[in-house]
Design a protein around this ligand. Sequence first.
Ligand code: PLP
Length: 439
Amino acid sequence: MPTPLYDSLRTLAAERPLRLDMPGHHGKPLPGGFPWPSELDFTENGVTGDLFGDEPDAIQAAEHCWAARFGFDACLFLTGGSTQGVHAGLALLAGQGSAAALDRGSHRSAYHALALLDLTPHFLPRPWLAEEGITGPILPETVEQALNASPEIKTVCITSPTYYGVLSDIPALAAVCHAHGAKLMVDGAHGAHLPFLGYDGYRAADVVVVSAHKTLPAPGQTALLFANGFDLADLRRWGSVYGTSSPSYVLMSALDAVRDYMAGEGTARYRETARLADGLRRRWPSLTRRDGLALDPTRLTLHSPDGFALAAALRQRGVYPEMADRGHVVCILTGADGPEEIPRLEQALTESGLTGPAALCPPPPEAPGAVLTPRQALFAPREALPLADSAGRIAACQIAPYPPGVPVIAPGEQIGKKHLAYLREIGYNKECCDVIREV
Ligand SMILES: Cc1ncc(COP(=O)(O)O)c(C=O)c1O
């Protein structure tokens, strides 16, 4: 398989050019033996291509390979994580000042984008899975209802998979959006590996963002923006608004190389990981696939009567999970986890004695009403207050405990007594919050 960008940088590095440009290390090793592939760390020099330029180059060729692999018209490399992609994608689809239907459980990058683009949010709730104490998938009928009630919405943005690995039915959601003349954007930050495992749901969406660095063997900050029905030039324009003008060639060439790896050995490894995860789910109480609940095959969401204690017990034994809440511990299993790593996890689980039925969490109360728009709330003067004293005040920040991983209170909404009571009930551990300063 071709790796156009990685190959061209390696060829240039092998020529030992005299580098009198950026970065300042000029291709020499970093001091103190700091491990960094300086020789591939170039800038735009006429040979290496230009991420945001117009001319066909090795970067575009490498992006094209990704677009073809994921089934999209265009792909843009991101060196600022999915955060950059969520901002660029929402700007591309929604522009400024329009209305958008947003998964209430969206990452804060989507909430920030709402504010910066001055979008009016119509939040999409998820069903509560009472027996699991987490939220389920976004349902097509929920999107249908939102689009019928507010026909001005032309952008829908949802997250799939969630942190817990819950997948929404993207083709069904896309069909509803398209029938209403709306576009669907999917924040797939946690799903970069899924298309390599045969999952083809993403290609039904108009825009998809994935973090390569979260689930593929790729360096921190690497991510990808995919789009159907848009030119690469549109993606580049918005990518450049939210990205650095000096994108890292090490990161970009790593994206090129990881796709090639995933075309062969990588996919075999991830299939094996999915098989191992399946075995773990059979042996340990955990979130499992069932009718109406599709899951990322490699994500392991363990059940525990005390998720925080289980995570602490694992860490004491040198095992670091991704996230814990009252009743769950989430482990991101990847192709890096094989026959050596899985038994180590299992031994730590056995020693902890803390796996078992999940401590359940009550569903969050109905979202409070918005008093300010997300943009007004972002730019208004703010002050920090003890959470306990904040009833009646307008939130300047998200208050989003896990679970549900959904803001109980979003910026611009009025904090109510019942919301504070809920936060107390579930043991929310942050004592302060930012509220809008009163004049
Ligand atoms: C659902 C979701 N979207 C977007 C992001 C942002 O991704 P990144 O850290 O790659 O910027 C995250 C990060 O955790 C996330 O969980």
